[in-house]
Ligand binder design. Structure first.
Ligand SMILES: [Zn+2]
Ligand SMILES: [Zn+2]
Length: 228
């Protein structure tokens, strides 16, 4: 392992520990709020769907704009997305920390905001309670996304995971294969993939791409840097 890889591993490990601490605190807090089961179910579904949408947007940005040589975000953010299309099975060799550390890192500021909401508003506002529960399941979905993506590429995942994949509760390999098929510009959502058909029918990602291209100083599309 190179020195910079060791630093990234250490940073990811710390992020997982901090994430775990916040998450345990929020889990206990949520349990003691005694939300109505229907409210909790709606919040869980909404949070899970939002996680799928965020996974699609982040994945779309990583695949579509800039290059691995782009300053700041190139090596850390864009390169892993591009390499995943060169060697889709490489993700299955990643350990727990490498798979989940980055998502924990980006979730920590959201967890801090959630804790602030919890401590300040939840006792007096039902809406704040619902927002907190939704955010909780959103963060959980974001945390699980890379793991679900990894399992979608794993030849023989555990049987329970195969059950979840088969029933489309998590990203299924067959569904995700569409993204890894030319032209590689569809089905970016990788938590559950539930939103992919809808976004595809709305032409969502091509429209977002043309919209983002109009923003001054926006990175150029990937095809203008390198052949895919
Ligand atoms: Zn991709
Ligand atoms: Zn993939």
């Amino acid at each position: 392992m190179t020195t910079s890889a060791k630093h990234i591993f250490l940073l990811d490990s710390i992020a997982i520990l901090i994430f775990g601490g916040y998450f345990a605190f929020l889990s206990v807090s949520l349990a003691t709020m005694h939300l109505h089961p229907v409210t909790t179910l709606i919040a869980a579904l909404l949070g899970y769907v939002l996680a799928d949408l965020i996974s699609g947007l982040v994945h779309f940005l990583g695949d579509t704009f800039g290059s691995k040589n782009t300053p700041i975000v190139g090596a850390a953010f864009i390169e892993p997305f591009r390499y995943h299309h060169i060697d889709p099975e490489d993700i299955t060799k990643h350990g727990f920390v490498e798979t989940n550390g980055h998502n924990c890192l980006v979730s920590i500021p959201i967890l801090m905001i959630m804790t602030h909401i919890l401590l300040k508003y939840v006792a007096t506002s039902a809406l704040a309670g619902f927002a907190l529960a939704t955010s909780y399941f959103l963060v959980l979905g974001v945390f699980l996304t890379n793991q679900f993506h990894k399992w979608a590429h794993t030849p023989t995942p555990p049987r329970f995971i195969q059950f979840l994949q088969h029933h489309r509760i998590i990203l299924s390999p067959n569904h995700h294969r569409i993204h890894h098929t030319s032209p590689f510009t569809r089905y970016f959502c990788i938590t559950t993939g539930w939103l992919n058909s809808l976004l595809d029918s709305l032409n969502f990602f091509p429209l977002t791409k043309s919209l983002l291209r109009k923003i001054p100083f926006m990175l150029k599309p990937a095809e203008e840097y390198e052949a895919r």
